[in-house]
Design a binder for this molecule. Structure first.
Ligand SMILES: Nc1ncnc2c1ncn2[C@@H]1O[C@H](COP(=O)(O)OP(=O)(O)OP(=O)(O)O)[C@@H](O)[C@H]1O
Ligand SMILES: [Mg+2]
Length: 363
């Protein structure tokens, strides 16, 4: 059952309350009276009326000030206020509206006018409540969908890593071994071949060598097996060296970890974040130096990747257009292991990517 609307009447003169009570007699409203601005503000600490009828001229806090204060309160901001006033200059009305009043009624109060204004303000209140209800339901739906999407993201990333691990293994072990066997056989043939066949044979050997190297590289790029076998620090050391050799960037790695191994999801996320950050640096930063640090303090893991390159204006990130996914992916990976990724960058000032992960909760 919906309760009748609650109207708070604020007036220093009780006779005015009696007048309002009489005029609203027979209507399905609950009326509450306070005789000062302070009283009104105190009343709003523990109840939420649907409408306030507020006298303007009162000793102590005047109506305008009370209105301003009520509108600044979290619950008060959405309660309609009708100013009850003997002043009817345009200037007084303007002052009232700028203090946050929603409507005015002039003294002496006319019954029909009062009923119409009260009804219209209560409708406003009702619409606000409905909107609030929609909003609450919408927020709950968004929260549920976000949780579902995160669960899906975790599953997708896990599936992607499993697939990459499998492909890297197949390439390295199966195809790599087959190519090595071909190479051995070619070498044996080399010893017994005719002079005419030796040139194409050399050609084949060179091709096999090149393909073996390619297969190894693809396999390592997909997922270095040392991430599973040896852990994050040796893998980062190897990856950063390889990246530095390829790009000519001066790169340092500083690791101060307390634990030998971290949860596998954390190790994978950190590795992928470093991989994307270094790829971005090579592609966009025009940097000379890169510093990667991995440290641990009080159950928190800190990973930073800092470059001295051209930097970028973060407000220009075109992630909304869906064209750049790298940074979005880094943030997503950080969030999914319970961490937070912050990017600090500005044109001409390099870029710093910092990930913090609470270790106790990241499993
Ligand atoms: N270290 C960096 N230095 C300078 N600019 C950077 C750096 N990292 C990112 N950026 C800028 O931020 C943009 C977004 O990076 P993001 O990794 O999301 O996308 P991308 O590298 O353009 O594409 P991809 O989706 O293939 O990663 C880049 O296009 C680049 O302009
Ligand atoms: Mg990128």
């Amino acid at each position: 059952m919906m309760q009748p609307a609650l109207i708070l009447v604020v007036d220093d003169d009780p006779t005015n309350f009696d007048v309002i009570e009489t005029l609203l007699d027979g209507q399905d409203y609950r009326l509450l009276y306070v005789n000062s601005g302070d009283g009104a503000i105190a009343a709003l600490e523990h109840l939420e009326p649907d409408l306030i009828l507020l006298d303007v001229m009162m000793p102590g806090l005047n109506g305008l000030e009370v209105c301003r204060r009520i509108k600044a309160m979290p619950t008060g901001a959405t309660i309609p206020i009708i100013m009850v006033t003997a002043l009817c200059e345009k200037r007084d009305l303007a002052d009232g509206f700028s203090a946050g009043a929603n409507d005015f009624i002039s003294k002496p109060i006319n019954r029909i006018e009062l009923l119409a204004r009260v009804r219209s303000m209560l409708q406003l209140r009702e619409q606000y409540k409905q909107l609030q209800g929609f909003n609450t339901r919408l927020e709950a739906t968004v929260q549920m969908r976000t949780a579902q999407l995160q669960a899906l993201s975790i599953k997708l990333l896990e599936a992607q890593e499993t697939e990459r691990r499998f492909l890297a293994h197949e390439l390295h072990d199966e195809i790599g071994q087959a190519l090595t066997a071909i190479k051995i056989n070619l070498r044996r043939l080399e010893r017994v071949t005719t002079p005419q066949a030796s040139e194409p044979l050399e050609d084949c050997l060179a091709l096999v060598d090149g393909t073996l190297q390619q297969v190894r590289n693809i396999s390592l790029d997909l997922r270095p097996s040392m991430l599973d076998d040896l852990g994050l620090v040796p893998t980062l050391r190897w990856y950063i060296n390889r990246h530095a050799k390829r790009t000519g960037l001066q790169t340092t790695l500083t690791c101060e970890l307390l634990a030998q191994r971290l949860p596998i999801a954390t190790e994978t996320a950190c590795f992928r974040i470093v991989q994307e950050a270094l790829t971005n640096i090579a592609r966009h930063a025009q940097a000379q130096m890169v510093a990667v640090t991995l440290t641990q303090t009080d159950h928190t893991l800190h990973l930073t990747i800092q470059d001295d390159g051209v930097g970028f204006d973060q407000s220009n990130l075109s992630r909304a257009k869906g064209t750049s996914l790298g940074i979005l992916g880094m943030e997503e990976r950080g969030t999914l292991i319970g961490g937070q990724l912050n990017i600090a960058s500005a044109p001409g000032q390099g870029t710093r990517i910092a990930l913090q992960v609470p270790l106790a909760t990241s499993v």
